[in-house]
Design a protein around this ligand. Structure first.
Ligand SMILES: Cc1cc2nc3c(=O)[nH]c(=O)nc-3n(C[C@H](O)[C@H](O)[C@H](O)COP(=O)(O)OP(=O)(O)OC[C@H]3O[C@@H](n4cnc5c(N)ncnc54)[C@H](O)[C@@H]3O)c2cc1C
Ligand code: SF4
Length: 570
């Protein structure tokens, strides 16, 4: 068994782990990053240029699990409530990529900040029966300098002052906004006519050449794909800086299995991991740490890792939140569609509106009618994706196939509003260990028990007629809506794709909540485990509420803050 000494081991190389690595290396600390997945992102040899393994390849990205995880090798399980029995399905449950760079490689990188109210939801709006709405132990002002720092690190392109609801900023966006998707300009104008306030999405993608990498070419294969020109910044820029410091060692295919604790059990002295590069049997290795371990495996894998050792207390895994997504789809006439493209060109999403996160008399009325004190929707993305293979499969074989593909209702002529609805935390929604399903290396699979609160369904019902009306006003021939996860009686045997019943927002939060004391939280305001002093959580597991905003900029800002505090404390 080999050992390596370093100041900090970071588990996970996604946006959270990469940000922590950059801060710690910049402070002169030595870091080992253990990453379970393979490396397709960055040359491990200096000068650490992008590997450029990616192409506009839907089969590789979506069918062959290029970025992992393969759900046959690393299955998760899902049930809506305990009443469903041990599980309803085994396979893919809201997976994020398992690869160097984590979900940042896949994401189309809308990176909005949260607003002041998001950190004080209980004080500002009050409790909701059946949910655990709490204030965060930190404020927007505590996080603001770290938001600015990670916006610089990820090179966020945005339009200062364009969102009237945005929280105050101490620095402008580092890059100007990128090109608008043509259809977004049309739906943004229709949203304005409906009294809403759309704005250009802040995006962690180079709008101009920056940081040694080119500008985005608007290739259209963005959300769900690695970037062929490496214009996405999240999190390659942070990993490059850490590696170029000479103080960071990144070990792909290294699956952390266990914290090594000292005799008191209150201090981690290292991490054990499986070296998956060893075939056929992975070797167990250990890295010994001087100062600390940062857990940044994402809000599903971080609690799973802790639960295997019974660390972190009884609340580990609880208060799991996803966003409740409401999709409003518009199908537009061919001739009315600019440049013949829906999601075929562009970065998938170029415009957002936040109006349904703001307290209005209308939303209060909708809440009161449903017997709720208040209701919040979420940020609404104006966009569309590009998946021609999926489109072909959807149309199916037959004489109609060629004409359907040419007509392309689901690609060229389709446009979607996706509302990332605020998902209220509930103790019953959780990640725990499945009693009998394991991954290919023999570790218990994580099991999701999750059903939305009534609040989410009320917000979704409010959004549907509003957004369908905007779609029609923008010129859609037809507009319809759906939500994820679907609700109601689901006959698994009758469903063509039983995996379709599981949530699929790709936003995962809340499973090691931060708080002022151990009775109601898993980590301190500094994101340290209450029961193991030198273990810090550096991902969205620590979120107290989900808010209705995309989580990645905030989890990276939190990782930046936690790593900065760690350096200051030693
Ligand atoms: C298609 C898509 C689009 C998205 N779009 C957006 C968006 O526009 N905006 C936004 O904010 N978010 C978006 N997201 C979500 C975003 O990707 C996640 O919020 C973000 O990646 C989470 O970062 P993280 O560092 O916490 O975890 P992850 O990105 O999940 O990284 C964790 C890493 O840790 C590794 N790991 C886990 N356990 C272990 C272990 N035991 N040992 C070693 N390594 C381990 C994993 O393999 C993984 O690589 C999107 C996601 C997808 C898939
Ligand atoms: S749209 Fe731009 S950022 Fe997205 S994958 Fe294509 S080139 Fe890269």
């Amino acid at each position: 068994m080999s050992t390596a000494d370093c100041d900090v081991v970071i588990i996970g190389s996604g946006p959270g782990g990469a940000t922590a690595a950059e801060v710690l290396c910049d402070a002169g600390w030595s870091v080992v990053v253990l990453e379970k997945g393979r490396n397709h992102l960055i040359d491990l040899d200096a000068p650490h240029e992008p590997l450029r393994h990616f192409a506009n390849d839907e089969l590789a990205a979506h069918r062959r699990h290029l970025l992992g995880p393969d759900p046959l090798l690393e299955p998760r399980t899902y049930r809506r409530t305990e009443a469903d029995g041990d599980r309803l399905l085994v396979g893919e449950v809201n997976n994020l990529p398992s690869t160097v760079g984590g979900g940042g490689v896949h994401a189309d990188a809308k990176l909005p900040r949260f607003r002041e109210e998001d950190f004080r939801l209980r004080s500002e709006r009050g409790p909701v029966e059946g949910a655990s709405v709490e204030d965060w132990p930190i404020t927007y002002d505590d996080l603001e300098p770290h938001y600015s720092a990670v916006e610089r690190l990820f090179g966020v392109a945005g339009d200062d002052g364009a969102n009237p609801f945005a929280a105050p900023r101490s620095t402008p966006y580092p890059l100007p906004p990128g090109d608008d998707m043509p259809m977004a300009v049309i739906t943004a104008a229709a949203a304005e006519r409906a009294g809403l306030h759309p704005y250009r999405a802040p995006t962690g993608i180079n709008s101009i050449a920056a940081d040694g990498r080119p500008a985005c070419t608007d290739c259209g294969f963005c959300g769900g794909y690695g970037c062929p020109v490496q214009a996405k910044n999240d999190p390659i820029a942070a990993l490059q800086r850490a590696l170029r410091s000479g103080r960071c060692e990144l070990r792909p295919e290294s699956y952390a299995t266990e914290l090594v604790l000292d005799a008191s059990g209150r201090r981690a002295t290292g991490v054990r991991y499986l070296d998956l590069t060893e075939h056929p049997e992975p070797t167990t290795r250990e890295v010994r740490v001087r100062h600390a371990v940062v857990l940044a495996g994402g809000a599903f894998e971080t609690p799973r890792f802790l639960l295997r050792q019974g660390l972190g207390g009884d609340l580990v895994g609880r208060f799991l939140t996803f966003h409740h997504q409401t999709f409003t789809v518009g199908i537009f006439p061919e001739h009315g569609f600019p440049h013949g493209t829906g999601g075929e060109r562009g970065r998938c999403v170029t415009h957002l509106h936040d109006d349904l996160l703001v307290d209005t008399a209308d939303l209060r009325r909708a809440a009161a009618a449903a017997g709720l004190p208040w209701v919040r929707g979420g940020v609404v993305e104006h966009g569309a994706g590009n998946m021609p293979v999926e489109e072909a499969v959807t149309y199916g074989p037959g004489r109609h196939h060629l004409s359907s593909m040419r007509d392309s209702a689901l690609r060229r002529r389709m446009w979607v509003f996706t509302m990332q609805g605020e998902d209220l935390p509930q103790a019953v929604n959780r990640v725990d260990l499945d009693p009998s399903v394991c991954d290919v290396w023999g570790a218990p699979s994580g099991r999701v028990t999750y059903a939305p609160h009534r609040h989410e369904l009320v917000a979704s019902a409010y959004a549907v007629p509003l957004h369908e009306g905007i779609m029609r006003d923008a010129g859609a021939e037809a507009a319809f809506s759906a939500a994820s996860p679907p609700q109601g009686e689901l006959d698994l045997h009758a469903t063509a794709n039983p995996l379709g019943i599981a949530p699929a927002s790709r936003h995962v939060m809340g499973t090691t909540r931060m708080g002022a004391g151990p009775a109601r939280s898993v980590v301190s305001p500094e994101q340290r485990l209450w029961d193991v002093d030198n273990v810090v959580v550096g991902d969205s597991s620590v979120f107290v509420t989900s808010t209705g905003y995309n989580p990645t900029l905030t989890l990276a800002a939190l990782a930046h803050r936690a790593a900065t505090l760690l350096v200051g404390s030693c």
